[in-house]
Design a protein around this ligand. Structure first.
Ligand code: CTP
Ligand code: MG
Length: 237
């Protein structure tokens, strides 16, 4: 059973503010994408990584990866992404060879995910779960609101019980056939799923949660870069 990782890295990183595309910004002097690829190939069972690059940046990403001395024992492909994360994942899946039957989808924007988390997700898929997500309990209480017209204070319509909520990370692991079916059937219907497991849920397939890791946080806003640099510095100390 071959396990592949698909790493969507075609986003601009608008919430990070002006600058280079998010995956190409550096942490500890090394591009975020290179950290993410290394984190996935460190997992023994991952034999192939498909990086989904911005459509106009495939050659640049290819040479970036080649210049960072990644192990030659693992195949690393670079393909062009799309306008949404969902499109990018679909294009990455389309590039997988036939013998792959387990797929881990991992955000390039989570460069510091520990290998133990990757292994735990892959192991749960191997053990028979069609879809597995790493996730953590929430620190903050969450409110559901309705957007206020004109941008005033937003009325609260509910407070879901925090103990039952989980903040979901990546890599999310799937039986390849299940994820491929989700991407075929749950095509862009305007809703734009924010994660892959959400699409699989809509198929009616059970998704299970395994423990995530604090260091698998997503770099989204500028403060996340500060935290990531601190985590790296602590690892290197
Ligand atoms: N992604 C992608 N293709 C897109 C959009 C996003 O491959 N068209 C990837 C990003 O590169 C990132 C992951 O999906 O690794 C998670 O998305 P997010 O954190 O939202 O990154 P961006 O979309 O780049 O950031 P923003 O939403 O702030 O613009
Ligand atoms: Mg985005």
């Amino acid at each position: 059973r071959a396990v592949a990782a698909v790493i969507p890295a075609a986003g601009r990183g608008v919430r990070l503010g002006p600058g280079a595309p998010k995956a190409l910004r550096t942490l500890g002097g090394i591009p975020i994408l290179v950290h993410a690829v290394r984190a996935l190939i460190r997992a023994r069972e991952v034999s192939l990584v498909v990086v989904v690059a911005p459509a106009d940046g495939v050659a640049a990403v290819r040479s970036l990866l080649d210049s960072h001395g990644l192990p030659e024992s693992k195949e690393i492909a670079v393909v062009a992404g799309g306008d949404t994360r969902q499109d990018s994942v679909r294009l990455g899946l389309a590039a997988l060879p036939d013998d792959v039957d387990v797929v881990l989808v991992h955000d390039a924007a989570r460069p510091l995910v520990p290998v133990e988390t990757v292994d735990a997700v892959a192991a749960a898929v191997r053990a028979g779960a069609p879809a597995v997500v790493p996730a953590l309990p929430l620190a903050d209480t969450v409110k559901e609101v309705v957007p206020a017209p004109g941008g005033g204070p937003e009325p609260v319509v509910g407070t879901p019980e925090r103990a039952r909520l989980r903040a979901v990370q990546t890599p999310q692991g799937f039986r390849r056939d299940v994820l491929a079916e989700a991407h075929e059937k749950i095509a862009s219907n305007g809703e734009g799923a924010t994660d892959d497991a959400g699409m699989v849920e809509r198929l009616g397939v059970e998704v299970v949660v395994v423990p995530g890791h604090e260091e698998a946080f997503k770099i989204t806003r500028p403060l996340d870069l500060v935290l990531a640099e601190a985590v790296l510095a602590r690892r290197r100390a």
